[in-house]
Design a binder for this molecule. Structure first.
Ligand code: PLP
Length: 259
């Protein structure tokens, strides 16, 4: 059987919980062929990010062209892009690729470590978001990108509209950081509104949830789902992965892709 190829453009997490490692595990679990373009190497474990080394723009371009020109991509996912030159280069590559793009506009890690330079925010707004089929910001990223602060779920549609102004076809505003009983997300293209709810799991081992969700959306798109179906399936997948998250190291452990 030929598995559809799905490309992740993201950073490496040496601890195996987030980034490229989470993306490839998700893709394996969902039955697609994962390929990867590395943007940065992080020295990272369950306690945080201890160092970041960016790859040169040329190395990112060469990986991307090498993969897409030979293997192809049925969907692309982007995660940690680190700097303005890398954001611009990846946005240009996405715009020239005939595949749906899931853009996770990663800003900082759960431990508060920066994964994107402040000077790159403008390139994310003006170059990367317009190339997105689905953008998946959490509420911190929404605030950083648009200035809209969400305190209750009722404020999520306004936040979604502010993100859509930058040009992604769909936006999934992730409300997981709100202290509500359920984890509530809103998917919209400006007309349809899809609310997704999942019971909040008390598990603290949630490292890599954002990467996992975006990769699951890309995988389901590659398998033929439309955007709302892909997001629903991905939310179900990440909810199970969080419930099965486990300790690995002294800090925040990873979600589990084998549940
Ligand atoms: N490290 C890398 C390379 C990532 O891409 C990400 C998230 O996108 C993280 C760390 C942060 O993961 P979390 O916020 O789930 O701890």
């Amino acid at each position: 059987m030929r598995l559809p190829p799905v490309l992740t453009v993201a950073g490496s997490d040496s601890g195996g919980g987030a980034g490229i490692q989470a993306d490839l595990k998700t893709m394996l679990a969902l039955g697609v062929h994962g390929t990867s373009v590395l943007t940065a190497v992080t020295a990272q474990n369950s306690l945080g990010v201890h160092g970041v080394w960016e790859l040169p723009v040329e190395a990112v371009r060469a990986q991307y062209r090498g993969v897409v020109d030979d293997i192809g991509a049925a969907a692309v996912k982007t995660g940690m892009l680190s700097s303005a030159p890398l954001v611009s280069a990846v946005a240009e590559l996405l715009a020239g690729t005939d595949a749906p793009a899931v853009v996770d506009p990663v800003g900082v890690s759960k431990h508060g470590d920066p994964l994107l330079a402040a000077s790159a925010l403008d390139a994310v707004r003006r170059e990367l978001l317009p190339a997105a089929t689905v953008a998946t910001p959490n509420l911190d990223e929404v605030a950083q990108l648009t200035g809209v602060v969400v305190r209750v779920p009722e404020e999520m549609p306004g936040a979604a509209r502010a993100v859509l102004e930058f040009g992604p076809r769909w936006v999934l505003v992730k409300g997981g950081h709100l202290g509500t009983g359920d984890a509530v997300d809103l998917l919209t293209d400006g007309t349809a509104e899809h609310w997704l709810r999942a019971p909040r799991h008390p598990n603290r081992h949630t490292h890599g949830t954002g990467c996992t969700l975006a990769s699951a959306i890309a995988s389901r798109l590659a398998l033929g789902d439309d955007v709302p179906a892909a997001v629903r399936a991905a939310k179900e997948y990440v909810t199970g992965a969080i419930a099965a998250g486990f300790a690995a190291g002294a800090g925040v452990g990873p979600v589990d892709h084998g549940w």
